[in-house]
Design a protein around this ligand. Structure first.
Ligand code: C2E
Ligand code: MG
Ligand code: MG
Length: 435
């Protein structure tokens, strides 16, 4: 890591490297308590070495002083700013979700870009920016390191751009193996999408008295007789954008299934997983309408499961899509609640009808009393917000008992049933109805 070559911080009022670390620690404990996101942007000026080499350190100092002033004047009140290397700045932006952090990066670019006159020669500053969002396991050091590494990736891409940590290409053999595996999965997904290798399986969600309240539709993909786990193919689909087509397929198939069940006299609410990439698109509502019309299904038999990370940063488009779905009478469930980046401030504004507690809290029950306390608190929160609370991943009777004691309304998990194909589900339901 580089260190400052000269003392500018006294004049800019910016934090130094250690100051940044301490400030990041302080902000992390603050945002963890409030559930807010935290973004770190690491900015490195492009071609600054040439400025130093051509105009001497004094020339370089002047450029830095000017750019520091631009950043401080325009953004000083919205971020904690550090000057952590000759031409490197760090912005710690509390409460900023990813979309806002990316907007912040664009703003930084615009602020620094006006030309600087260097004795008749003009330098047009650009920068490489790395963005890291605070993750559940990050401490201040790791968070800053991730932003630094993302910045290096932005440099490698030629500068004048930003890279978000976690999306940078992995270097080396390990990286190329992963890229290769991802490419193979992507190919298989294309083939499955076109050639009938996709299927939905359904897992029951059980309410009081053992009554089936709904089923969750879970996508399955097979290629040449080999099943690929959703844990592997969903992230690849997200990365490549294929998730939008897969998601539309899922919506239509899930809606058809609901219609079919209703025709058979077994009306079953069907929860369909929807990805963030689908919801940020203004055309999502159209796709939803199309699926409902095509399947000719009552909207109240459909529910959408939305992952919690969506709510870090809700754009107007997402809000509109969610509102339109609700207006149609479609239920909305917040999936995997508790482990992501839930922003409690946003939670109250989401028109959700269900809160699904993540499996991570359930697997440690009933022994882990602290997890039990968290489950109770989340359940109460969900109920106070008028939502039905569902727990996922109950595998044992003891877990079901603990969840019932915690006040959870519905339970989903292997204890009752694993996800199964449509035929198996129908016989499972018929068997159960006989009881
Ligand atoms: P999810 O939506 O949270 O779905 C619940 C996952 O937990 C499913 O994994 C389910 O099989 C698993 N599960 C349920 N009960 C138990 C249990 O008692 N023990 C254990 N060990 N696992 C249990 P699955 O089917 O592998 O799906 C993984 C994830 O993939 C889903 O998590 C969802 O985020 C995503 N996914 C699946 N289908 C779709 C889809 O059609 N669209 C989108 N966007 N994502 C999907
Ligand atoms: Mg789900
Ligand atoms: Mg889930």
């Amino acid at each position: 890591m580089k260190f400052q070559l000269f003392q500018l911080d006294s004049s800019t009022g910016f934090l130094d490297r250690n100051g940044c670390l301490h400030m990041a620690e302080e902000l992390i404990s603050r945002v963890r308590a409030s559930g807010q996101p935290l973004a770190v942007l690491w900015l490195d000026l492009d071609r600054f070495r040439q400025i130093n080499e051509s105009f001497g350190h004094l020339g370089g100092d002047n450029v830095i002083a000017l750019i520091s002033k631009r950043i401080r004047d325009k953004l000083g009140n919205r971020a904690e700013i550090g000057h952590v290397g000759a031409d490197e700045f760090v912005c710690l932006v509390p409460s900023a979700g990813l979309a806002e952090a990316e907007r912040f990066a664009d703003e930084l670019m615009r602020i620094i870009e006006p030309e600087v006159d260097l004795g008749g020669l003009r330098y047009r500053p650009t920068a490489s920016i790395g963005i890291a969002m605070l993750g559940p396991d990050d401490d201040a050091f790791v968070l800053l390191e991730r932003a630094d590494r993302a910045k290096i990736a932005a440099k490698r891409q030629g500068g004048n751009c930003h890279v978000v940590s976690g999306t940078e290409p992995l270097p080396g053999l390990m990286g190329s193996m992963l890229v290769r595996e991802e490419l193979e999965i992507e190919n298989k997904l294309h083939i499955a999408l076109e050639g009938g290798g996709l299927q939905l399986h359904y897992q029951p969600i059980i309410g009081p008295g053992g009554k089936i309240q709904a089923v969750e539709a879970l996508m399955r993909c097979s290629s040449n007789g080999e099943n690929i786990s959703p844990v592997k193919f969903i992230p690849v689909a997200e990365k490549t954008g294929l998730i939008v087509r897969l998601g539309e397929w899922s919506l239509l198939q899930g809606a058809r299934f609901a219609r079919h069940m209703s025709n058979m006299g077994l009306p079953t609410k069907t929860a369909i997983n929807v990805s963030r990439s689908q919801l940020v698109n203004a055309k999502f509502s159209q796709a939803l309408h199309a699926a409902l019309i095509c399947a000719n299904v009552q909207p109240d038999l459909i529910e959408l499961e939305l992952t919690e990370s969506l709510f870090m940063d809700i754009s107007d488009t997402v809000q509109n899509n969610l509102r339109e779905a609700r207006d149609l009478g479609i239920g909305l469930a917040i999936d995997d609640f508790g482990t992501g980046y839930s922003c409690l401030a946003n939670l109250k504004d989401i028109p959700a009808t269900k809160l699904k507690l993540d499996r991570a809290f359930v697997i440690v029950l009933p022994e882990d009393r602290r997890a039990m306390a968290v489950v109770k608190a989340m359940t109460q929160l969900g109920k106070e917000l008028g939502m039905i609370v569902v727990a996922e991943g109950a595998e044992t009777e003891a877990q079901v008992d603990a969840l019932t004691e915690a006040g959870v309304d519905y339970i989903q998990g292997y204890f009752y049933a694993k996800p199964m194909d449509e035929v198996a589900l129908v016989s499972w339901l018929r068997e159960r109805n006989k009881l």
